[in-house]
Design a protein around this ligand. Structure first.
Ligand code: TYD
Length: 204
């Protein structure tokens, strides 16, 4: 495929959105054709699935249901948006992708990395990110930043130990698959983080 597929990973509130905005500007200024998208979501159907997943009323949702809904949302997203854009040679920046499911559902919910990888392999039609940036920041700092001004969705409102498991899950996944991640120190200033990201992307 001709394009470049960049995925962004990290705990809730790690500052991904700000950096994605800056990165989009950066590529636009270079005259590159770029789309920014997110998971769960990215297409009309996927956004509807997102609403079900994140609805605060759905506290009885089974972990397996949650994992399958994320994979279903992703399947539509890959099929309808990501693959066509990459085929057209575009840069695709995606806020979260399969690694999020491996960590949140596979490790933090305890469904198993391999089990969750398996259902996702079925969903993604064989595509893989060219680069994955992991925003490394301790969950307590990240969440404090994020929920300061809003009441949070179902996942954000999980107890602190869930977010701890998410953070440790990322670390575990990075240890297991170091080649799949570029680690960004997300405790730095907005400017410094942007520079670090540009530096990494200039090497690929
Ligand atoms: P999102 O709204 O992107 O939150 P954030 O701004 O923190 O990235 O994602 C919603 C939540 O869904 C977030 O808590 C992470 C979670 N999530 C999973 O549990 N599994 C997944 O596969 C994805 C893509 C997200």
């Amino acid at each position: 495929m001709k394009g470049l597929f960049i995925t962004i990973e990290g705990p809730d509130g790690a500052g991904k959105s700000t950096q994605i905005r800056l990165l989009k500007e950066y590529f636009k200024n270079q005259g590159k054709d770029i789309i920014v998208t997110r998971e769960p979501g990215g297409t009309d159907i996927s956004e509807k699935i997102r609403d079900i997943i994140l609805d605060n009323d759905n506290i009885t949702m089974a972990d397996t249901t949650e994992a399958l809904l994320y994979a279903a949302s992703r399947a539509q997203h890959v099929h309808e948006k990501i693959i066509p854009a990459l085929k057209e040679g575009k840069i695709v920046i995606c806020d979260r992708f399969v690694h999020s499911s491996l960590v949140y559902q596979g490790i933090a919910r305890g469904l198993g990395i391999e089990e969750v990888r398996y259902i996702n392999d079925f969903a993604i039609e064989g595509i893989k990110p060219d680069v994955t940036l992991f925003f490394d920041i301790y969950p307590e700092i990240a969440l404090k930043r994020k929920t300061k001004n809003n009441k949070g969705d179902r996942l954000e409102n999980e107890k602190a130990d869930f977010h701890q498991r998410v953070y440790e899950g990322y670390k575990k996944l990075i240890d297991k698959y170091p080649d799949e991640f570029n680690v960004i120190d997300a405790t730095k200033s907005i400017d410094e983080i942007h520079k670090d990201i540009v530096k990494i992307l200039s090497t690929i």
